[in-house]
Structures are given as C-alpha cells and as structure tokens.
Design a protein around this ligand. Structure first.
Ligand SMILES: Cc1cc2nc3c(=O)[nH]c(=O)nc-3n(C[C@H](O)[C@H](O)[C@H](O)COP(=O)(O)O)c2cc1C
Length: 206
C-alpha cells in the first residue's frame, strides 16, 4: 500500500512588514520506483504518429508515481529531471532550502540532459508545486532546452494549495512552445489517479 500521510507543515513566508504565515500541506515520501526509459506503444489515438517524452521532477515520489501512470498511457520515453546537488533528505530542510533557492532565482544544474530532445513532438512535464510555483530545477529544464514548436502538457501534484499559476508559469518559461490544458492533483491521490488521467488525456487536442 503506497498511501501517503499528508501532514500540515507551517511555512513562514517572508515579506514586507509582519511575517505572513500560511499552512502548506506537505507529504511524507511515497515509495519510489526506478525510472524506466521507454514504452513505445501508447494507447492514445490522438498521439498516433507523435514522438512523446514524459519528463518529471519529484522529491518525495508522488509526481514520479503520476508520471509513471501518464507514461503507461501515452507511451514514449520517460525522463527524470534530477539535480547534481541533491535536495536535503529531511523534508523540513528541503522546504527551507527550496524557499531560499526560489528567492535567489536559483537554476540548479541538472544531472543529465534528454538525449536528442529535438526528436520529440509532445512533452508531458510533471512536477510538484513548490512554494506556489515550479521547482527551480524545472525552470532549469525549460530554460536550457530549445522547446520551439514543441507541445508541452503539464501535470503536477500539490499538498493542498492547488495549481496557483503554475500552468501560466510553464507557458511563460517556454514561450516558444504550445501548451495544452494541464492536470493538477493532490499528492495523496496519485495511487488512484488512472481515471482522472484518462479523462484529462481524452480531452487533449494535439
Ligand atoms: C519545498 C516544497 C515546497 C512545497 N510547496 C507547496 C506549495 O506551495 N503548495 C502546495 O500545495 N504544496 C506544496 N508542497 C507539497 C508538494 O507539492 C506535494 O507534497 C507534492 O505532491 C510532492 O510531490 P513529490 O512527491 O513528487 O515531490 C511543497 C513541498 C515541498 C517539498
């Protein structure tokens, strides 16, 4: 059973004047599965003839699980975005680290690049919401690849706050790509997300 215990974590948000406090639910790590690389046979009619990449970043496993579900349905290649410098293993330390990294507009170096990204027509891009936006490594990914003419379809997991402006943030970070309607699910729901993923995928016009 891979159920997640979602526990509230209080993140203190700096700002002008009095410190603002906001509860941001957090998740305990899900069981992780090693990333596979390719599943040429996707089942989606609308993707026939398109070369598909599923790229994702995940800290505690929720988005990885969702990425695997998406990958099973759309086929193509699966790529995990990882950083040269790992994030702190302790959850609260990671939360603080990521807060500073965002404030500093950090673009952490990625461990590996997608081989021949030019071959892909459609990129499904998955990540957890971090501090109301994309984790900084996902910005590194978007900004360090030539995404002109690609179709990007975002999926994300969150701890209770929803998508904020993350779909827009992706579009702004990849202005030369076409973006389609994304999927946003609570991290605790990823083990039973097959139905939501199917409904979402059926509605996409590539
Ligand atoms: C650094 C950090 C920042 C987070 N910020 C938010 C947030 O702003 N809003 C939210 O709803 N959840 C937030 N969360 C919770 C994650 O988005 C959520 O647990 C997600 O499902 C984790 O995905 P993962 O297991 O793939 O890393 C944050 C978690 C971390 C570690």
């Amino acid at each position: 059973m891979l159920a997640l215990a979602v526990v509230p974590v209080l993140l203190i948000l700096g700002g002008c004047g009095a410190a603002k406090k906001e509860a941001v639910p957090a998740a305990k790590p899900a069981a992780t599965t090693a990333a596979t690389t390719s599943n040429p046979q996707g089942s989606l009619e609308s993707l026939k003839g398109k070369k598909v990449l599923v790229a994702y970043f995940s800290y505690s496993g929720n988005t990885r699980k969702l990425a695997e579900t998406v990958h099973n349905k759309v086929g193509g290649d699966l790529f995990e975005i990882t950083t040269v410098k790992p994030y702190p293993a302790k959850y609260d330390d990671c939360v603080e680290y990521a807060k500073k990294e965002k404030a500093d507009k950090g673009r952490p170096e990625l461990k590996s690049k997608v081989a021949n990204l030019q071959q892909y027509d459609v990129i499904f891009l998955g990540f957890p919401v971090w501090w109301y936006t994309l984790p900084m490594p996902v910005y590194t990914f978007l900004e360090s690849n030539d995404l002109a003419g690609k179709t990007i379809v975002t999926f994300m997991t969150h701890g209770g706050g929803g998508e904020y402006n993350c779909f827009k943030d992706v579009a702004n970070a990849a202005p030369k790509a076409k973006t389609l309607t994304g999927l946003c699910l609570p991290g605790g729901s990823v083990n039973n997300a097959g139905g939501d993923v199917d409904t979402w995928l059926k509605g996409l016009k590539f």
